[in-house]
Ligand binder design. Structure first.
Ligand code: DC
Length: 241
């Protein structure tokens, strides 16, 4: 057991921490969330996967993605479950495992579109609050520290320059990517624009979030910086307890 982990355990069951990690696409949220979850013995919940699963259902139903009413009707007949695993979450859409179907460009773009609607967000936020109600989670997304868990013990806003995030994404596409890096950066900027400028819960750091800009960091350095943020919080006497 690491020193941090034993400190966490010594705080006892009354102190089940919530770590909120928000930030734009490609900032490294998933990798850092996975690492923190493992390090501190927490569950890792990827809320973007929930929006993606719903977007997949809307695409399959050939619904217009710019019209709230029909999406709301679809949401009323949809169940989405996240099962945290060692590496990533298993995503169940109406009981079907769609984990392998939600990372392509079409779903990525659709998820960013359906997530602008307040009714869809309200539904997702409720589901996410239920998932994290017991604490003991690292939850990553866009509005976790601002809306889903505004009282989370630790809030990290992970950012990096768009070109750097785009190139990191490009490198993840494998040895013979079908698209040039410029296109990956362009798509990412378009998504940033929608996520940051939507009227309902736009992507922005919570006032009490620690902003971690990984533009000039290696992944290892960013992980260490995130760990240091959590460790510093754990060492602070908790307020109101
Ligand atoms: O994190 P991701 O790339 O898997 O997220 C997919 C889309 O879902 C993203 O463009 C914005 C949306 N999203 C959101 O609006 N709020 C969240 N908490 C998580 C994701």
């Amino acid at each position: 057991m690491s020193a941090d982990e034993s400190l966490l355990r010594s705080l006892g069951p009354a102190r089940k921490m919530i770590v909120a990690i928000d930030g734009p696409a490609g900032a490294g949220k998933s990798t850092i969330a996975r690492h923190l979850a493992r390090h501190y013995g927490l569950l890792n919940l990827e809320t973007g996967a929930m929006y993606r699963a719903f977007a997949l259902k809307a695409l399959r139903a050939a619904l217009p993605l710019d019209e709230s009413k029909s999406l709301e009707g679809l949401a009323a007949a949809t169940t989405i479950r996240l099962e945290p695993g060692e590496e990533s979450n298993r995503v169940l859409l109406d009981g079907e495992d769609v984990t392998g179907l939600i990372r392509n460009q079409m779903v990525t773009d659709a998820a960013s579109r359906v997530s602008v609607f307040p009714a869809i967000r309200a539904w997702m936020v409720r589901l996410q609050q239920q998932l994290g109600a017991e604490g003991g989670v690292v939850m990553e997304g866009r509005d976790i520290g601002t809306v889903v868990f505004p009282h989370a013990e630790v809030k990290i806003f992970l950012d990096a320059a768009p070109e750097v995030r785009g190139l990191r994404r490009f490198d993840q596409l494998g040895p013979a990517p079908a698209v040039p890096p410029e296109e990956v950066i362009r798509d990412l900027r378009a998504r940033d624009e929608r996520d940051r400028n939507r009227a309902d819960s736009p992507l922005k750091p919570a006032p009490d979030a620690v902003v971690l800009d990984s533009t000039h960091m290696t992944l290892e350095e960013a992980i260490q910086a995130a760990e240091a943020i959590v460790a510093a919080k754990l060492e602070q006497p908790s307020q109101g307890q």
